[in-house]
Design a binder for this molecule. Structure first.
Ligand code: SAH
Length: 203
């Protein structure tokens, strides 16, 4: 997976590639799709949700330029896989999932694998996690119609956010950087994420 799907498509960051070699993806995939754990595609994890394609997780992770002292906010814990990859790379992950059973199951998996620096809570990620803000980086794995203002507010000066924006079939992944109080925004990849649930995410 690392060579055939990630390096071949241009993922170069050595720390990011090492993190992918380390995290056992099969632990985050439901039992009946384990044989497809390392396939080049998203996989269902129940509740109409998916664990993202490995390349997309790697691309998003690399775009955040993760450093070992970073505190990162993730919206959409899902299976917990992206949180585990990030946990190999940064100091603390704060991850929010709106579907309670998914949050519980991700938490159980992460604990079993010994990840102590991932903190999962059930809630609407649109609002971010004020108690632990500001964050060095924010990764969003479900798509709202617009970039949530609370997430912009909770991003540190110099911080980076990667977020899919738009409706299904017409989504772009944006990279946002906060510099001198201003937000630079750049579309980096057309993508297909599940919509962000909750009223606030829709304009
Ligand atoms: N990062 C995940 C992929 C998750 S898919 C992984 O590695 O497996 C997107 C997730 O976002 C789904 O689990 C979905 O339930 C969750 N989600 C959707 N809307 C949300 C919201 N408003 N707040 C938090 N999580 C949300």
């Amino acid at each position: 997976m690392v060579r055939g799907q990630l390096m071949s498509r241009g993922v170069r960051d050595k720390r990011v590639l090492a993190a992918f070699s380390k995290v056992p993806r099969e632990e985050f995939v439901p039992r009946d799709s384990r044989t497809a754990s390392y396939a080049d595609q998203p996989l269902p994890i129940g509740y109409d949700q998916t664990i993202s394609q490995p390349y997309i997780v790697a691309f998003m992770t690399e775009q955040l330029h993760p450093s070992s002292s970073d505190r990162v906010l993730e919206i959409g814990t899902g299976s917990g896989y992206q949180a585990a990859v990030l946990a190999e790379l940064v100091a603390e992950i704060y991850s929010i999932e709106i579907i309670e059973p998914l949050a519980k199951s991700a938490q159980t998996t992460l604990q079993r694998l010994g990840y102590k620096n991932v903190h999962v809570k059930v809630g609407d990620g649109y609002k971010g996690w004020l108690e632990h803000a500001p964050f060095d980086a924010i990764t969003v794995t479900c798509a709202p119609d617009h970039v949530p203002q609370p997430l912009i507010d909770q991003l540190k000066e110099g911080g980076r956010m990667i977020i899919p924006v738009g409706s299904f079939g017409d989504q772009e992944l944006y990279l946002l950087e906060k510099k001198n109080g201003e937000l630079k925004r750049r579309a980096v990849l057309p993508v297909r994420f599940v919509p962000m649930a909750g009223e606030a995410a829709k304009k």
